[in-house]
Ligand binder design. Structure first.
Ligand SMILES: Cc1cc2nc3c(=O)[nH]c(=O)nc-3n(C[C@H](O)[C@H](O)[C@H](O)COP(=O)(O)OP(=O)(O)OC[C@H]3O[C@@H](n4cnc5c(N)ncnc54)[C@H](O)[C@@H]3O)c2cc1C
Length: 368
């Protein structure tokens, strides 16, 4: 059978959602996934906002935890908390979630090729590049991949962490970024990403030397380390060309503040799928993807990128001071009321705080 005119490279959530959307819009579309199964290896912490998941699928068969808030630890170990009455986020089993997305794409009429790597360029077809952080096809098409930082995680067989709270540990445990604990039933996924140092060494150090964490994980069985790359650079300046659209991690559609890419990756993939289908019918140019994603998400990405840049340059005492200011002004507690995905509003609220600006003035002067 001849390859379809619309090819999606990569059967992760972004590729599968884009493919389903294109098929629903009437395109003949084919997904190429180099692994024999989707969702593996499972390198994702699996934390997604409940509102974001709602917008993607009604299925909950892959949910393994419900999160009501976050506990943020300052570099000195001071604890801050933002918790709401309801479920703010779900912890999902990514392999199961990806299989759900695969089934949805199949139901929409997408042809799926598992265990088949796409080696070519566009070869006269329209390509939706959803290859994650691997960037082989992106490079072939002349794209420079979005910036990413290395991450390491382990699953720890313990229920010692609060089952409805995600944890964020800032400071030297994960220089420039943060470490996290995401509870999932009888286990917790503990990990970090960092701008400096070797993530696995940093993770082992945290598991042994962080008093709070080591007291919770001591003696508990640990999985082999799980590695991955967290995209932090924000969307590519030009994610659509004449013959391609880059989406998901490949397009940089990941929150630079947290590295979370499932929700926005899927929502923006829908735009790509529809635009690609229209382009095949000559109704739109692929470049209209740029306009459309920016209309819905551009401001939020700009704000998140700025916030991430400031945070990654903060020294420990600046993080300490900023958290104290945000807490004193009631902003940390109030953050739970804001959208977890479209973070423009919460970033600008924090940026308007005089105390935070004062605490960070020297830093802001040096990097902005
Ligand atoms: C440590 C870590 C923790 C994370 N935690 C979270 C979290 O808690 N919440 C969240 O929202 N996000 C999280 N993320 C980010 C999230 O995992 C990604 O944003 C998301 O998986 C991106 O989806 P994608 O479809 O773009 O790419 P991927 O899920 O990476 O899928 C890309 C697919 O393309 C395939 N592929 C690549 N090249 C080819 C080729 N040439 N031919 C065929 N197939 C190919 C790959 O095999 C892969 O299956 C985390 C990331 C990391 C690294």
């Amino acid at each position: 059978m001849e390859t379809a005119r619309l090819v999606v490279v990569g059967g992760g959530p972004a590729g599968l959602v884009a493919a389903a959307e294109a098929a629903k819009a009437g395109a003949e579309v084919e997904v190429f996934e180099e692994d024999r199964e989707v969702g593996l290896p499972d390198h994702c912490a699996g934390l997604v906002s409940s509102s974001g998941l709602e917008a993607i699928t009604q299925s909950r068969s892959f949910v393994v935890g419900k999160i009501k808030g976050a506990r943020i630890f300052s570099p000195d170990g001071r604890r801050y908390e933002a918790k709401g009455p309801g479920v703010k986020a779900f912890v999902i089993d990514r392999p199961k979630f990806d299989v759900e997305m695969l089934r949805a794409a199949e139901r929409a009429g997408v042809r799926i090729n598992l265990g088949t790597r796409w080696e070519g360029g566009s070869d006269g077809r329209v390509l939706i590049i959803a290859e994650g952080t691997k960037a082989r096809v992106s490079r072939k098409m002349g794209l420079r991949p979005a910036a990413s930082i290395p991450a390491a995680q382990v699953d720890v067989a313990t229920n010692a962490f609060d089952g409805d709270m995600a944890e964020i540990h800032t400071g030297g445990w994960a220089p420039g970024f943060f470490a996290w604990v995401v509870p999932r039933g009888e286990r917790a996924r503990v990990g970090l990403a960092s701008y400096r140092g070797v993530p696995l060494e940093l993770l082992n150090r945290m598991l042994e030397k962080n008093q709070y964490i080591s007291s919770k994980v001591r003696g508990a069985r640990r999985s082999a380390p799980i590695f991955g790359k967290v995209v932090v650079g924000g969307p590519l300046r030009k994610a659509a060309g004449k013959e391609y659209i880059a989406i998901g991690d490949a397009g940089g559609f990941v929150k630079p503040t947290t590295g979370g890419g499932v929700v926005l990756g899927c929502l923006i993939a829908r735009i790509a799928g529809r635009v690609a289908a229209e382009a095949l019918e000559g109704k739109a140019a692929l470049s209209s993807f740029e306009r459309e994603w920016r209309k819905g998400f551009g401001r939020d990405f700009t704000a998140m990128k700025l916030a991430a840049k400031v945070f990654s340059n903060m020294r420990e005492q600046e993080i300490e001071g900023a958290l104290r200011c945000l807490d004193n002004e009631g902003l940390l507690g109030a953050a739970i009321g804001y959208d977890m995905d479209l973070q423009g509003a919460v970033v600008s609220k924090a940026a308007r705080s005089g105390a935070v600006r004062y605490a960070l003035l020297p830093l802001l002067r040096s990097i902005l």
